[in-house]
Design a protein around this ligand. Structure first.
Ligand SMILES: *[C@@H]1O[C@H](CO)[C@@H](O)[C@H](O)[C@H]1NC(C)=O
Ligand SMILES: *[C@@H]1O[C@H](CO)[C@@H](O)[C@H](O)[C@H]1NC(C)=O
Length: 380
């Protein structure tokens, strides 16, 4: 009798342990040890030992979005366009990053780490205090609810968990913005919503929101959308040969989608819940290599039956692979390469050629399209 009830107690404890997973914070694209690694490259660089990571840091530090005197836009109650929020989100993120470590470089100490944190907080508080909605009639309502918000949530995560001085009410208002302004727009899988690169962007945003708000339901929903979404699940985005469902549209959108997928994989990897990188026999690696190979000027096979949903609305179905944007390398390669090659020991020869040609990965032209600066942030 006594043994039996003890057994029951043990069982209940075990169930609780399984259902209450420990969240890793900061833990969206970067955990603390990642930021310490960046800091050590920066410190070594300042002490005279340069590295590609340090060279990339110099460009990052000089970028206008990293400035602690960045002039933010005037927030609006209803978003009907993307540019101003996305620029501000990028500035919040790039100001949050250097404020993240107490061992960060002398240069940041001289310029004042707190000034950067304060700038990031100013941007996040201003938007979360004003923004009420994303116009549901705005054609790009999902992109507006995913790309900028995902970058800004990375800023929020870093600032929140590094004692940068963000108030509890600021944190709570930011969480409400994710739940009440952006989530409702992303939670739409009808008509032309949630397709191809838009869908993969939505999924990475939901995963980031789930981590920041510690919402297991939202996080798990995003994990399952990564594989199974009706118009952006992995197998619909990348064919077994590595072709993207947007290879026939243009190379910019094909690369945007790859970067979105890689960021989702990184979040789940950092949280330690799922190895999304490995899904479908490293399908994402195949995707990177196919697109890298074509963009380097090589010939690739093309299957005209593999198309994104509603390709007809964008001038498709596309009978041949698109040369539009060919050779314009987006800053997406370092993240995937660091994982598949440096961590897993796999091979990505075409992505490596791009990485070597680029040297130091910078930010995106449309700044919130991805996190960028991968040489500093992801190269191990
Ligand atoms: C989903 O998006 C469509 C437009 O494609 C829109 O008509 C509909 O109202 C949206 N649904 C919700 C619940 O927001
Ligand atoms: C968690 O996310 C789900 C959507 O996945 C949402 O319905 C729910 O309200 C969220 N919970 C909290 C406490 O915000």
């Amino acid at each position: 009798m006594r043994t039996a009830s003890l057994g029951l107690v043990a069982l209940i404890l075990a169930v609780n342990v399984l259902s209450v997973r420990a969240w890793i914070h900061p833990g969206i694209l970067h955990k603390l040890s990642d930021m310490d690694r960046m800091s050590s490259y920066i410190s070594a660089g300042l002490a005279g030992t340069s590295s590609p990571q340090y060279q990339d840091y110099l460009l990052f530090a000089a970028d206008k979005f990293s400035s602690d005197v960045y002039q933010m836009s005037t927030p609006v109650a209803t978003l009907t366009s993307r540019a101003s929020f996305e620029a501000d989100a990028t500035a919040a993120y790039q100001n949050a990053l250097p404020s993240s470590s107490s061992t960060v470089s002398q240069m940041w100490k001289l310029t004042g780490i707190q000034l950067h944190a304060t700038k990031a907080i100013e941007i996040m508080d201003a938007w979360s205090g004003t923004l009420k909605s994303v116009d549901p009639n705005y054609l790009d309502m999902q992109l507006a609810s995913s790309l900028g918000p995902s970058i800004m949530t990375n800023a929020a995560e870093i600032i929140r968990y590094t004692s940068a001085g963000w108030t509890a009410s600021g944190i709570s208002r930011f969480s409400s913005m994710l739940n009440n302004v952006f989530y409702p727009r992303l939670n739409n899988h009808t008509g032309v919503q949630y397709e191809a690169n838009v869908g993969t962007g939505n999924t990475k945003a939901l995963m980031a929101f789930g981590v920041f708000t510690e919402n297991t339901t939202m996080y798990n929903e995003a994990i399952s959308l990564y594989s199974n979404e009706r118009c952006s699940g992995l197998a619909l985005d990348i064919s077994p040969t590595g072709q993207s469902s947007e290879s026939g549209r243009d190379q910019g959108h094909a690369q945007l989608g790859l970067g979105n997928l890689a960021e989702s994989c990184q979040i789940a990897w950092i949280q330690g819940t799922n190895d999304l990188f490995a899904l479908l026999s490293n399908r994402l690696l195949m995707g990177y290599e196919y697109t890298a190979k074509y963009n380097l000027g090589n010939t690739v096979s093309y299957d005209a039956t593999f198309q994104r949903c509603d390709a007809n609305l964008l001038g498709g179905p596309f009978t041949v692979i698109s040369p539009t944007g060919r050779g314009v390398f987006r800053p997406i390669y370092e993240l995937a390469y660091a994982h598949y090659v440096s961590i897993k020991g796999l091979s990505m020869p075409f992505s490596l050629q791009i990485i070597n040609r680029v040297g130091t990965e910078e930010g995106n032209t449309s700044p919130a399209d991805g996190s960028g600066w991968g040489t500093l942030k992801f190269r191990l």
